[in-house]
Design a protein around this ligand. Structure first.
Ligand code: C5P
Length: 397
């Protein structure tokens, strides 16, 4: 996938630096070549000796190194690569990049390059969520910097949340996509995700417990394979992935309109937990108790079925994938749903409370297609997403 591609890999300081060693190995396995750059902080976590031995290359460390200036100046070093990858990227390194600083070799290379830059952040969850870091991310995204991760999970510091560096295999996929070499390059995929909010009045709404985690992971996995992703999301609790076109909606009606506007597409993956009904008599003003002790009566109207209308519409994508969240007879219900909705595949999961799947980080799914039902073992939602994205790539090949 990366045959002949030259990757300049900047290894920042952080406990995730040890994963950079595995990353070097995987890039090489995919046919790529790695020129490593180790920041001073990075060298506190991994040694130049192990990095250089794995990369089979000189490790660049210092900005003012006359020997290396004679061999190859920093300008040339930053331009002879096909892609610059920063993994792990610390909050400090992101701040330097966003500010255009060039006070060490890594930041100078990042400022001097004319190539794309892919960043895999890794830091403590509070540092990641800090407004300063989020501001820097916004600046860097605006500058066209690509991001992969961070993942959410247990961290070395004992805290839990977003901040873990993306797994090396995911970074390699993102490198492939950044270089335009992914199997879904040139393909457009629409992904719906998250819950919908159906207003009762201007301050109250009806919602569901969907976090948007599975849809978000699917959008990121499709992006990593090179797809252009239109990500139509309700008010999810997880962050939208970088590198996709995000369309934020609240209601099912808005989601239906956003999906219609995003067509045509090669595939559509409808992972959103769309409310079946909206409040037909939603009030324009906040409902108040009138002292009579009588509760207001809500009337409901059925929402548009986005999956069914995309499946049966004139602009039908080649592949339409729906989801089925069931609590009983999962396969039977999902098989019936596939026929009823007219989609190609249904990804069915058991969301009974005992499974801990709804709102959790793992999923156990059954893929229902024209050839029958295929149960996958329980695994992380990211892994489900990667498998599904790989199947979609195969189907569209
Ligand atoms: O009918 P049910 O809600 O169980 O079907 C689930 C599938 O249908 C999911 O893929 C969901 O995104 C999609 N759906 C939709 N529009 C609706 C209801 C469900 O796209 N109004």
């Amino acid at each position: 996938m990366l045959a002949g591609k030259r990757i300049l890999l900047i290894i920042g300081g952080g406990i995730a630096a040890y994963k950079a060693l595995e990353l070097i190995r995987l890039i090489q396995k995919a046919g790529g070549m790695v020129t490593p750059v180790l920041t001073r902080a990075g060298s506190e976590f991994v040694t130049a000796l192990s990095v250089g031995a794995l990369a089979k290359s000189k490790v660049h460390e210092a900005l003012f190194n006359l020997t290396s200036e004679a061999e190859m100046g920093h300008i040339e070093l930053s331009r002879s690569a096909d892609l610059l990858v920063v993994a792990p990227a610390t909050a400090d390194l992101l701040a330097k990049m966003a500010g255009g600083r060039a006070d060490d070799l890594a930041s100078t290379l990042l400022l001097a390059t004319d190539k794309r830059v892919l960043v895999a952040p890794a830091m403590n969850v509070r540092m990641w969520q800090h407004p300063a870091t989020q501001r820097n991310l916004g600046v860097l995204r605006g500058d066209g910097v690509l991001f992969v991760g961070p993942d959410e999970g247990e961290m070395a510091c004992g805290e839990y949340g977003p901040g873990r560096m993306a797994e090396p295999a995911t970074i390699v996929a993102a490198i492939g996509a950044a270089l335009g070499g992914g199997p879904l390059a040139g393909k457009h995929v629409i992904v719906t995700s998250g819950p919908t909010h159906e207003p009762i009045d201007p301050v109250r709404y009806i919602a569901n417990r969907s976090s948007g985690a599975q849809g978000t992971a699917i959008a990121a996995a499709l992006r990593d394979l090179g797809a252009r992703v239109s990500f139509v999301t309700g008010p999810a609790t997880v962050l939208a992935p970088a590198g996709v076109d995000v369309v934020r909606v609240e209601t099912a009606t808005q989601m239906a309109a956003a999906v219609a506007a995003a067509l045509p597409a090669d595939a559509a993956v409808m992972a959103a937990a769309v409310a079946d009904w909206r409040v037909a008599n939603a009030s324009g003003e906040k409902l108040k108790k009138d002292g009579s002790g009588k509760a207001p009566a809500l009337e409901f109207a059925e929402n548009p079925d986005i999956l069914a209308s995309v499946s049966n519409g004139v602009k039908r994508p080649r592949l339409v994938v729906g989801f089925a969240a069931e609590t009983t007879d999962v396969v039977a219900h999902a098989t019936a749903k596939r026929a009823r909705k007219g989609c190609d595949w249904i990804v069915a999961n058991d969301v009974s409370p005992a499974t801990g799947i709804m709102g959790g980080t793992e999923n156990a799914v059954t893929l229902i297609s024209e050839v029958g039902a295929e149960s996958w073992p329980r695994m992380g939602k990211d892994e489900v997403a990667r498998r599904l994205a790989a199947r979609i790539a195969k189907a569209l090949a």
